[in-house]
Design a protein around this ligand. Structure first.
Ligand code: NAP
Length: 280
């Protein structure tokens, strides 16, 4: 397969941005797409799909099922995968999440079947929680405020670097040998939220604590901040997977695919602190 014209959906996001960079570093011709990109792609407007897909040889697909509101991941990803194949796209790499069972009533692997059955070469990525939730994502404000209040109990999570996920995605998009693979991607060690907060405190030079809260109290807390009840439950259930240790076993997939160890949380925290992510 030629390495030209790789469509990256979600190119402004935590992995998509890094996939664009990893592909460019490897000399590939990249087509970053999104709601605000030059190449428009909006899951909620399927008129944008065909122009984005046409002429691309491979596509990195980030869905939007972790956002508030109804969205039929299975139907949407199936429809996109079919459209991609009709447009001549030969290889699809789909980002999902390493979760177990239902999360807030949703199966977060629901999109996989549509890609597997599309007729294209496919690879599915199922990462654990990203390091970058702490310095650019959903936990950033809490870290800056000095307290992570979450219903994660003493559960452990093998947080993974979004950059490692992106490098695995780039390998799957550019190289042979990844067709038909489901890659569960984690860091090399599982941390409790208390340990993550300690690492961040040490790196940032100020105290960040973790306070475990009860599941229902957390839902009520989110609702008090005007989050819809459905979405609050979804987020609480997602964090509850950490508490219940459902995906806590580290995998060696990053090292197997990239031929080097997964990036460590300590190094991530040091670099994020040095970049000023947690300065207040
Ligand atoms: N965060 C984690 O720890 C984690 C772990 C495992 C798996 N995941 C999975 O990764 C995916 C993204 O999560 P993330 O944390 O990386 O989010 P993120 O950084 O906010 O990225 C989401 C991306 O999706 C794009 N997007 C949102 N709505 C869209 C729409 N209607 N049409 C087209 N593009 C849209 C956003 O682009 P614009 O807003 O610029 O349009 C952005 O580029 C989710 O499926 C999640 O389940 C996340």
């Amino acid at each position: 397969m030629s390495a030209s014209d790789i469509l990256v959906i979600g190119s402004t996001g935590k992995t998509g941005r890094r996939v664009v960079q990893a592909l460019r570093e490897r000399g590939a011709s990249v087509r970053p797409a999104g709601r605000s990109a030059d190449v428009r792609f909006d899951w909620d407007d399927d008129h944008t799909w065909e122009p984005a897909l046409t002429g691309a040889r491979a596509a990195y697909i980030v869905d939007r099922q972790d956002q508030p509101g109804e969205w039929d991941a299975e139907a949407q990803i199936r429809a996109l995968a079919k459209r991609a194949v009709d447009c001549g796209v030969e290889r699809l790499v789909l980002l999902q999440a390493r979760t177990t069972g239902l999360v807030g009533g949703k199966n977060l692997s629901a999109g996989e079947r549509g890609v597997r059955e599309s007729g294209a070469q496919w690879t599915v990525l199922r990462p654990n929680w990203f390091f970058q939730n702490f310095d650019e994502g959903v936990l950033l404000d809490a870290v800056r405020a000095g307290e992570l209040r979450l219903p994660a109990g003493d559960g452990r999570e093998p947080f993974v670097d979004a950059g490692d996920v992106a490098e695995v995605a780039a390998a799957a998009l550019l190289e042979d040998g990844h067709d038909g693979q489901v890659y569960e991607l984690s860091g090399a060690r599982a941390l409790t939220l208390a340990e993550a907060a300690e690492e961040i405190s040490r790196a940032a030079g100020r105290t960040v604590v973790y306070t475990p809260v009860a599941h229902e109290d957390y839902v009520a807390e989110l609702v008090s901040y005007d989050v819809s009840a459905d979405y609050a439950r979804f987020v609480a259930d997602l964090v509850g997977q950490i508490r219940d240790g459902l995906n806590s076993e580290p995998t060696d997939t990053v090292e197997r695919v990239l031929g080097r160890p997964a990036r460590d949380f300590t190094e991530f925290a040091r670099q994020a602190a040095a970049a000023g992510a947690w300065a207040v």
